[in-house]
Design a protein around this ligand. Structure first.
Ligand SMILES: *Cc1c(COP(=O)(O)O)cnc(C)c1O
Length: 240
C-alpha cells in the first residue's frame, strides 16, 4: 500500500504540473482548471491517499459502486461527480450520492431529476438547485453515451425552461478513441464552440467544460477544459 500511495502522490504531482504547463501554454490560469480523480474500480485506500495529496474532487461511473464506497467511507468529506451513464431508475439514489451529475444526455433523465429535486424542495423550501452537466457525443462514435450535438439544443432548452430545480453547469464529453491528435483537438474545440453557441442562444453561463482524460487532458486544456477527469495517470491500471 505504501508503494501505491507513493505512485498516487507522483501521479497527482505530475498531472498538476502538466496541467499548469498546458494552461500556461494556452494563456490560461491553472486555477481555472479542476483536477478530478476518476476512481472507478479503485479501492478506498487509493482514494484516501489521493485526498492526503490534496485531491478533493472525484468521479465515479456507476451508482452501485458509489453506493458501496459511500457505505464504507471513513475519510474526510470529498466532492463526487457522476460521470457514467445513468439509468432513470437510479436517478434518486444518484442525487443522494453525488454532488453533480455530469452525464445527463436525454430529456427523460432530466425530467426524472427535475421531479426528484422538486419533491426534495417541497420537503425543505430553499433547497439549492441541483447542478448537472449535459454529456455530448461530439465525435459521433456509436458506442458512446451522450446526446448528439444537434439534439443538445432541444435538451438544454427543455432543462432551461422546464426544469427549475436543476441547473446546467456546462458540457461534458469523452474524446474520440484515436491516436490522431488533430481529431482529438477538433473534438474538444467542437464542444467549446457548441457551448458558445448555446450560451448565445439561451443566455446561459455554462461555465464548465468537462473534457480530457489521462491520454488527452493537455489538448483539452488548450481547448478550454475546466475539469479534467483523470483515472489511470493517477491511480494506475484499474483493478477490474
Ligand atoms: C474512466 C473514465 C475517465 C478516466 O479515464 P482515464 O483514461 O483512466 O484517465 C474519465 N471520464 C470518464 C467518463 C470515464 O469513464
Amino acid at each position: 500500500m505504501v508503494d501505491a500511495a507513493d505512485d498516487i502522490r507522483r501521479g497527482i504531482g505530475e498531472a498538476t504540473e502538466r496541467i499548469a504547463r498546458a494552461a500556461a501554454a494556452a494563456g490560461r490560469s491553472p486555477g481555472e482548471i479542476s483536477l478530478m480523480g476518476v476512481t472507478k474500480f479503485q479501492p478506498l485506500e487509493a482514494i484516501y491517499a489521493a485526498l492526503k495529496c490534496g485531491l478533493s474532487l472525484f468521479g465515479e461511473n456507476r451508482v452501485q459502486e458509489m453506493d458501496e464506497k459511500s457505505s464504507k467511507w471513513n475519510g474526510p468529506e470529498a466532492a463526487w461527480h457522476m460521470i457514467g451513464h445513468l439509468q432513470r431508475n437510479k436517478a434518486r439514489r444518484a442525487v443522494e450520492l453525488f454532488g453533480c451529475i455530469q452525464s445527463v444526455d436525454n430529456i427523460e433523465l432530466a425530467g426524472a431529476l427535475e421531479r426528484i429535486m422538486a419533491e426534495k424542495q417541497g420537503d425543505s423550501p430553499g433547497h439549492a438547485v441541483y447542478p448537472i452537466m449535459v454529456e455530448v457525443n461530439v465525435s459521433g462514435e456509436e458506442s458512446k453515451q451522450g446526446t448528439a450535438p444537434e439534439k443538445s439544443f432541444a435538451l438544454i432548452e427543455h432543462i432551461a425552461v422546464k426544469c427549475p430545480h436543476i441547473e446546467i453547469k456546462g458540457l461534458m464529453t469523452i474524446g474520440p478513441i484515436t491516436s490522431d491528435r488533430k481529431a482529438i483537438r477538433a473534438s474538444f474545440a467542437s464542444l467549446r464552440h457548441l457551448r458558445d453557441e448555446l450560451r448565445g442562444k439561451f443566455g446561459l453561463k455554462l461555465p464548465h467544460l468537462s473534457m480530457g482524460m489521462s491520454g488527452d487532458y493537455e489538448t483539452a486544456i488548450e481547448e478550454g477544459s475546466t475539469i479534467v477527469r483523470i483515472g489511470t495517470a493517477i491511480f494506475g491500471a484499474r483493478g477490474r
